[in-house]
Design a protein around this ligand. Structure first.
Ligand code: ZN
Length: 486
């Protein structure tokens, strides 16, 4: 479908689109051949098919044509039911709607890649509950300890035959039996640990690669045009810069059918490899952190490195935390609030709320034209979200909200001002110094000022600004606000 006409037909809700959305990139000559989002489907158990269809409709309106749907651990594997017990409440485990979702994506011109990590992370890291002998070995020579984000478990030693068998059969089941209509695989090499056993250590990535190569071949036999995205460190031979490994990357031969994936924290750009690959994608976390400058940095970096795609994170979470993550014990036992948007009901779609809507607009404009001047970007944001009579202060207020939602944030930690209980627990643990109190007091009074100023707003972006600012103010009862004093 023509992108412009789709945007026009998908402009629903209170915020009507006021400006034609196309920038300098065009469908015939786009800046990036692949554009889209990295979404942690498995960590969003509360969203059903209706919300997911909306998310993809919106992504299409943003100019996306590719979605990384990280799904391991969140489908009802028959062969390995242990992989989804942690996610028994997940809507896809309950109703298995992803096939339907992929069909919907295709109608919107979006390709869907099934995401997972070989020998680790969600789903896969549950297998050692039944097979503890497969746990990877840590640098201290002992079996690794439990780790996770949402799904806590143990990464596997890839040198063990049973680990290899499990990975192959699990991914075969996912890709060939459950979701054969998907457009390929996203094979995300772990960014936190390797195995230090006698057979792994420096050779860890060779063992991981044996699986990656075989499953890629199997996918291509069934679907020669499938996209298979892999990490560069099987091929580069470069010294890895992770903190977690003394291992070097391996030096396997590169099949040009692979698409490469590069990230700021775990896979540096490699021009020689990029030149050989079918595609090369750059990722960063900027959209999920409401970081406009980071999105600009991301698209420019991707373009300058001759990447064919920019697929950053726009993930949010809605699982119930089982273990302390990011040193925040207060969050254990509580459900994650997607993006910290506590005014929404459980299971409601957060991707149409003003801050994410604005970030999606930024993604759309900057992937279309990475050099769009900031002033012009603000004009487009103002016009589209606040209407023709928009004021520069409206956009300032929006950017202030970006800061609020990203203050002291981490993957599963919401912005401080959204969650007074978390701030109080930090204070009780001696982790709220005077400077931080001042910052949060300033944010709260700024939110109060926005709430006042927009009180009479009945429509569009200003009404949403009011709703959000007022919600923030309402969280800070006198009892809660006391913690910010002194
Ligand atoms: Zn090992």
């Amino acid at each position: 479908m023509n992108r412009r006409s789709f945007i026009a037909t998908s402009a629903t809700g209170a915020l009507a689109l006021a400006v034609p959305a196309l920038g300098h990139g065009t469908e015939s000559n786009p800046v990036f051949a692949q554009r889209g989002y990295y979404l942690c489907f498995m960590r969003m158990p509360t969203f059903g098919l209706t919300v997911w269809k909306e998310i993809l409709d919106d992504a299409s309106a943003d100019g996306a044509n590719t979605i990384i749907l990280w799904i391991a651990g969140a489908f009802r594997s028959k062969q390995f039911p242990i992989t989804w017990q942690w996610a028994a409440e997940h809507q896809n485990v309950q109703k298995d709607f992803t096939r339907n979702l992929i069909t919907h994506a295709h109608r919107r011109g979006i390709k869907v890649l099934l995401g997972f990590t070989p020998f680790g992370y969600d789903g896969v890291n549950q297998y050692p509950i039944e097979h503890p002998e497969l746990k990877a070995v840590g640098a201290d020579g002992k079996p690794v300890t439990e780790f996770g984000i949402g799904c806590w478990g143990w990464n596997l030693c890839p040198a063990k035959a049973e680990s290899q068998r499990f990975m192959r059969e699990y991914v075969r089941e996912m890709a060939f039996e459950f979701y054969p209509e998907a457009d390929g695989l996203f094979i995300e090499s772990s960014d936190y640990a390797i195995c230090h056993c006698d057979q792994c250590g420096p050779k860890f990535f060779d063992h991981e690669f044996a699986f990656v190569r075989d499953i890629s071949s199997e996918v291509w036999v069934r679907k020669p045009d499938a996209t298979v995205v892999v990490y560069p460190h099987y091929f580069s031979g470069a010294k890895l810069r992770f903190s977690f490994t003394e291992a070097t990357a391996s030096k396997q031969s590169f099949d040009p059918r692979w698409t490469l994936f590069f990230t700021p924290h775990s896979a540096a750009l490699e021009p020689a490899l990029i030149a050989k690959a079918r595609g090369a994608w750059w990722w960063n976390e900027a959209p999920s952190r409401f970081d406009v400058a980071g999105i600009r940095n991301g698209v420019q970096k991707a373009r300058d490195a001759k990447c064919s795609g920019y697929l950053p994170s726009l993930e949010c979470y809605s699982y119930v935390m089982t273990n302390t993550e990011w040193n925040e014990p207060w969050l254990v036992g509580r459900r994650q609030i997607p993006f910290g948007f506590g005014w929404l009901k459980e299971g409601e779609n957060p991707y149409r709320e003003l801050p994410v809507r604005a970030i999606r607009l930024v993604f759309r404009e900057l992937t279309s034209n990475p050099d769009l001047p900031d002033a012009e970007l603000r004009v487009r944001i103002g016009h589209e979200l606040f209407g023709r009579n928009w004021q520069p202060s409206d956009v300032d207020d929006l950017f202030f909200l970006f800061q609020v939602f990203n203050t002291d944030r981490d993957w599963s930690v919401p912005g401080a001002l959204t969650t007074p209980g978390l701030v109080r627990s930090r204070a009780e643990r001696g982790r709220l110094d005077a400077k931080k109190r001042t910052q949060l007091r300033d944010q709260l009074s700024h939110a109060q000022a926005i709430a006042e100023r927009t009180r009479e707003s009945r429509r569009g972006g200003l009404k949403q600004l009011h709703r959000i600012a007022q919600w923030l103010v309402d969280q800070w009862t006198p009892e809660n606000a006391a913690v910010l004093k002194g």
